[in-house]
Design a protein around this ligand. Structure first.
Ligand SMILES: C[S@@+](CC[C@H](N)C(=O)[O-])C[C@H]1O[C@@H](n2cnc3c(N)ncnc32)[C@H](O)[C@@H]1O
Length: 290
């Protein structure tokens, strides 16, 4: 992602949630706001998928399968993250790399919670435009930060985050786009601002060859067939074994409460999970501060 361009992967995952709403993990997953945050041309593929209209043209079919696989990942990880947020009702929620996350607009449990949406300035500006006048259910403050360049701590202090009170941190779908050093630095900042009782929820990719080559092949096919490749400007920069991720967290004072792969989560959440390797390569870790 360059300094000026808003994230395209944020749109892809929003499309995934819009496809999944009312279709995957019914009764467990819901994001009725996602579709409203998409522009007309971005909504088209969502409508095809929701209608089960499988395209005949090869390029359109590749895109269809890619967004379909994404919707399974998104339904699974959203259910698990929402559960982890509800399990521990804390007064502050910081969403790191928020993209088009609509939790503050769709979760009534967040009313009374101070929500800080941290994101790359370009992505955040675009989100605010897309939201228009839509009112959140929580008190939301927008905090523009480029991880690795800007000081997360200073930006949060300025926005009114209180480091003496416990915080839930969500870091969903962002770790792959950061280097290992940027991940470590960000967790250091998060740990400094995490009072006792705080919770950090992180999704991360594991080094899975099948997934890696499958995703690369999908990207090449999207480009060759003239479709938009949402990952073109947002390359994957890091992947983690569960042990390596646990080390980063425990070295900074967190205790790992759970670490599960998304395929396991999908099964529990009633998400069909046809794309096993797509799902199983992603993990979700919940870590707490004693
Ligand atoms: C795949 S999107 C995930 C968005 C959201 N968390 C979700 O799951 O819907 C990746 C997000 O990471 C953010 N991001 C990537 N690199 C970043 C950086 N260096 N600084 C701040 N945000 C970054 C992008 O702006 C984008 O919103």
């Amino acid at each position: 992602m360059t300094e000026r361009a808003a994230s395209r992967t944020a749109i892809l995952v929003c499309q995934g949630r819009a496809v999944a709403d009312g279709r995957l993990g019914v009764g467990r997953f819901s994001d009725p706001i996602a579709v409203d945050l998409l522009l007309d041309d971005e909504r088209e593929i969502v409508e095809h998928l929701r209608a089960g209209a499988v395209p005949k043209a090869f390029g359109a079919r590749v895109e269809y399968e890619f967004v379909s696989a994404t919707s399974e990942v998104l339904a699974a990880r959203t259910v698990a993250i929402d559960d982890a947020v509800r399990e521990k009702r804390l007064p502050q929620l910081v969403i790191l790399g928020a993209g088009l996350d609509a939790r503050a607009w769709r979760m009534p449990e967040l009313s009374g919670v101070s929500v800080f949406e941290v994101d790359h300035p370009a992505s955040q500006a675009e989100k605010r435009e897309r939201l228009g006048e839509r009112e959140p259910l929580a008190a939301v403050r927008f905090v523009p930060v480029d991880f690795g360049k800007d000081s997360l701590g200073a930006a949060l202090t300025e926005a009114g985050h209180d480091e003496s009170r416990p915080t839930t941190w969500i870091w969903e779908g962002v770790v792959p786009y950061l280097t290992r050093a940027e991940v470590g630095e960000t967790v250091t900042e998060v740990a400094k601002r995490s009072a006792a009782g705080s919770r950090l929820i992180v999704t991360y990719p594991t080094p899975n060859r099948l997934y890696h080559y499958g995703r690369r092949a999908m990207e090449v096919l999207l480009s060759l067939t003239g479709r938009t490749n949402p990952m073109a400007r947002e390359p994957q920069r890091s992947s983690w074994t569960p042990e390596a991720m646990a080390t980063v967290l425990t070295d900074r004072g967190f205790t790992v409460t759970s670490d599960r792969d998304l395929l396991t989560i999908a099964r529990v959440a009633g998400v069909e999970g046809k794309r096993g390797s797509f799902l199983s390569s992603g993990h979700l870790v919940v870590a707490d501060r004693g």
